[in-house]
Design a protein around this ligand. Structure first.
Ligand code: HEC
Length: 270
């Protein structure tokens, strides 16, 4: 008898394997999921992580220094779990900083780069790869498998969170859009782009634990700073300034709600 049961189990397994993933996804009403899954299995974002790792330990910039003394909140050079607790308040800058603004602070202070130059080159294009995007990918990946754990204990952390919450719901500009217009209901889409409902905690957690992400349509890895800039453009609002207080406040609001969810970056998006 045990052999027979085993046989049935084996048969069922063969059916599952032979059935494969594609038909199941197609039937689930998520045809785009097929492409996403194929990309995730062979995540090109790993190339940015590797390049970021090399850049992190290399002596670079006018001061010919590596980033090993950069403190992302866990102490100089301590990267494990740092991203999971960002944005957070930093005493030396007296500001709440997300990973990218903290990185730029260190590239200026330790390596001697000019902030303005970094801002201009932080988002790469097909002709020029960005060092900042690669570094963000590497540093964030050191929190993979850990839970998001953004603090709200300092008054400025709390203020940033509340400001982000306000911006998320506030409708403004020529279109009278708020984030909520596109990200406040299930099942919304712009052309082929699924719009996550970020008032749903689970959906929001999936979002914030998967940035930075490799974007197939960009053939590039992008950071949350980039994503927010594009959404501001979609709302026809004035450009969201790179590393601005507003961008950090929104990220504080989003990431804090990600608390408890496990980080897995770089994500893969269309
Ligand atoms: C006009 C519609 C629109 C508005 C308004 C809008 N977004 Fe978006 N948002 C998009 C689109 C389109 C995408 C990309 C979806 C995709 O590629 O599948 C997106 C994606 C995102 C993502 C990444 C989602 C993911 O799947 O990882 C985040 C985070 C985000 N938006 C935040 C915001 C915030 C914060 C605001 C308000 C400041 C905002 N968006 C306003 C259209 C909008």
């Amino acid at each position: 008898m045990p052999r027979k049961v085993g046989g049935i189990a084996a048969f069922a397994l063969v059916c599952l394997v032979a059935g494969g993933v594609t038909p199941a996804l197609a039937q689930s009403g998520d045809p785009l999921g097929v492409g996403r899954k194929m990309l995730a299995e062979d995540n090109p974002g790993e190339l940015w992580v590797e390049r970021g790792k090399t850049l992190f330990y290399q002596k670079r910039g006018p001061k010919n220094a590596s980033l090993e003394r950069c403190d992302f909140g866990m102490g100089p050079g301590q990267l494990a779990g740092a991203y999971a607790a960002l944005p957070r308040y930093f005493q030396d800058t007296d500001a709440v900083q997300d990973l990218e603004s903290r990185l730029v602070t260190c590239m200026v202070a330790l390596q001697g780069y000019k902030r303005g130059d970094l801002a201009k080159t932080a988002m790469g294009n097909l002709d020029r790869m960005s060092d900042v995007e690669a570094l963000v990918a590497f540093i964030a990946s050191r929190s993979n498998g850990m839970k998001m754990n953004v603090p709200l204990s300092h008054q400025k952390e709390y203020d940033a969170y509340k400001a982000g919450e306000y911006i998320f719901y506030r409708r403004n500009g020529p279109t009278d859009f708020g984030c909520i217009t596109c990200h406040g209901e299930n099942g919304k889409r712009i052309r082929l782009q699924d719009l996550p409902n970020m008032t749903d905690r689970k959906q929001l957690q999936d979002v914030v634990t998967s940035w930075p992400a490799y974007l197939g349509t960009q053939s590039n890895l992008r950071t949350m700073q980039w994503r927010l800039k594009i959404c501001y453009w979609q709302m026809r609002l004035p450009d969201l300034a790179y590393l601005s207080d507003i961008s950090v406040a929104i990220t504080s609001y989003l990431n804090y709600q990600g608390n408890g969810a496990v980080i897995g970056v770089p994500g893969v998006k269309r």
